[in-house]
Design a binder for this molecule. Structure first.
Ligand code: C2E
Ligand code: CA
Ligand code: CA
Ligand code: CA
Length: 279
């Protein structure tokens, strides 16, 4: 069986164990999720610390299966990666985010950029530039209102190909941000080489920022690095006023986290956009 490396994907005396059967059942359901319209995007605002205004948003995928209910992305994204389903699902995400953002703009809401997550496998397929180009053309969304979030793992392996695709997206006018910064395995050298616009400080550092010197030091160094390289910086997973204030002191002005808003369905995001601010 091809996914023998994963837990549960092993045959025992010609029989699959219960875990493998569960995964297969989940895969079958995920395979039908797009056509059954079980996928949705929720949106989490990115907020200016200074005045509470909504300066951007991240699209986050949600799956509500008819049979088994809501499945968290942490459970089905790895399965999608393993099975290749990440490609059609990822394309759906990009198109949905572009069409939704354009619809909000058409409705007269103040335009903000929408960020979509693109996984390393998806990016390395080489198809993302064409998918983005077509999604922008079909939806009519201006490229400056789309951001692609990548993780450090896209820089591993054939980094020349990754660099070329990133340059192509940038040339289109799409922004690039580096998600979960500091949690991957890449070296800092890629920061000068790859054409990025933004770093996202990972929530693991934000979580302990007021209690743990090491996390605070990493956050502070990330902000200094971003400033030195003329990149913008967003802190994610901001849950408390203490975290927000600390991040402010060390120079981070854009925040994303439960303190401001959870990821919300599109109709609630429209209300936040209409107000222009959270709370
Ligand atoms: P991520 O890209 O790092 O997204 C941030 C995650 O942190 C989201 O979890 C979000 O709901 C959560 N979060 C936001 N604010 C807070 C906070 O203040 N505290 C805490 N504890 N968590 C917060 P979610 O939506 O469950 O997504 C988990 C991961 O699944 C994402 O991590 C991303 O890696 C992946 N994912 C989600 N949507 C997509 C997608 O469309 N495509 C791909 N390839 N991956 C996706
Ligand atoms: Ca993200
Ligand atoms: Ca992240
Ligand atoms: Ca993450």
């Amino acid at each position: 069986m091809k996914r023998s490396g994963r837990n549960g994907f092993r045959f025992f005396k010609g029989e699959m164990n219960a875990q493998a059967l569960r995964w297969l059942a989940l895969e079958t359901r995920l395979r039908r999720a797009i056509e059954r319209e079980e996928l949705a995007l929720h949106y989490q605002p990115q907020v200016s610390r200074i005045d509470g205004s909504v300066v951007g948003m991240e699209a986050l995928l949600r799956w509500r299966s008819e049979e088994i209910g809501a499945v968290p992305p942490g459970d089905f994204i790895p399965l999608a990666e393993d099975t290749g389903l990440i490609h059609p699902i990822g394309e759906w995400v990009i198109r949905r985010a572009c069409f939704q953002n354009k619809a909000w703009q058409n409705a007269g809401l103040a335009p903000v950029r929408v960020a979509v997550n693109v996984s390393a496998n998806q990016f390395k397929s080489g198809a993302v530039c064409a998918i983005v180009r077509k999604a922008l053309a079909d939806s009519g969304l201006a490229p400056r209102y789309l951001e692609v979030e990548l993780t450090e793992s896209v820089m591993l392996g054939d980094s020349a190909a990754a660099e070329a695709q990133m340059a192509e997206l940038r040339a289109m006018g799409v922004s690039l941000s580096l998600d979960d910064f500091g949690t991957g395995y890449s070296s800092l050298g890629y920061l000068s080489r790859f054409p990025l616009d933004k770093l996202k400080i990972d929530q693991t550092f934000v979580r302990n920022i007021t209690t743990e010197g090491r996390s605070a030091a990493i956050a502070q160094a990330t902000i200094a690095l971003a400033q030195g390289l003329s990149l913008s910086v967003v802190a994610e997973g901001v849950e408390t006023v203490g975290q927000r204030d600390f991040l402010g002191l060390i120079g981070c002005d854009v925040m994303q986290g439960y303190l401001y808003s959870r990821p919300v369905p599109a109709h609630e995001m429209a209300q936040l956009l209409a107000k222009g601010r959270v709370a």
